[in-house]
Design a binder for this molecule. Structure first.
Ligand code: NAG
Length: 192
């Protein structure tokens, strides 16, 4: 129960940040948050996420309002650092698969979704390699801004959005209006 509450709390924090695409900036305009519609497995330990939000949440919120090449999400990089998944902007794919799959080890339904989605997200990151690398080379635009490599945010955002969209029918709250709206919204917009 507590774990769930923490996940919802983190989620609410996180919806507001790491958003980059414009049609999504208004938010979904519903009361519910996606995790109430579909409980996603925690890819990264909630305590790690919480710690990373408290360190980098504010900066990420500020950066998300900036134009130009998307800036890397330091919340995400902090999380992949803590789980030792990235080194010099290279994400260890084998290790990431291992860690992410551990989140659904007792849940066969999610297990295959996590696995397939991770492959898709790596392919997407490869396709967007140039923009991701360009983001890594940005210079701080205000005093104290930390530049993070965009790869971590890219993978985590991609995972959450696609997993939400693939939420199994027996898990998703289909009889709820807000949830149906969220499903439409998140077909195009990240949950992160
Ligand atoms: C992640 O680790 C790298 C390498 O140690 C470091 O340069 C970077 O500042 C760390 N990022 C965050 C958000 O802590």
């Amino acid at each position: 129960m507590l774990r769930n509450r923490i996940a919802v709390f983190i989620f609410i924090l996180s919806v507001t940040i790491c958003l980059t695409t414009n049609p999504c900036s208004e938010g979904p305009q519903v009361e519910k948050n996606p995790l109430e519609c579909c409980a996603l497995p925690d890819l990264v330990e909630p305590s790690i996420m919480m710690n990373c939000f408290s360190k980098w949440g504010e900066q990420t919120k500020r950066q998300s309002k900036m134009d130009g090449i998307p800036r890397g999400c330091c919340v995400a990089e902090c999380a992949t650092n803590a789980t030792k998944l990235v080194k010099n902007g290279k994400i260890n794919r084998k290790e990431t698969q291992k860690i992410f799959l551990a989140s659904s080890k007792n849940n066969p339904q999610w297990h295959s979704i996590v696995k397939d989605t991770l492959d898709e997200c790596f392919a997407e990151a490869d396709a967007n390699k140039e923009e991701i690398e360009a983001g890594a080379k940005l210079k701080p635009s205000y005093k104290g801004e930390k530049i993070c490599h965009p790869i971590s945010g890219h993978i985590i955002r991609c995972m959450r959005m696609k997993m939400f969209n693939k939420c199994p029918g027996n898990v998703f709250q289909e009889n709820n209006q807000d949830c149906m709206k969220l499903r439409q919204y998140h077909a195009k917009c990240p949950l992160n």
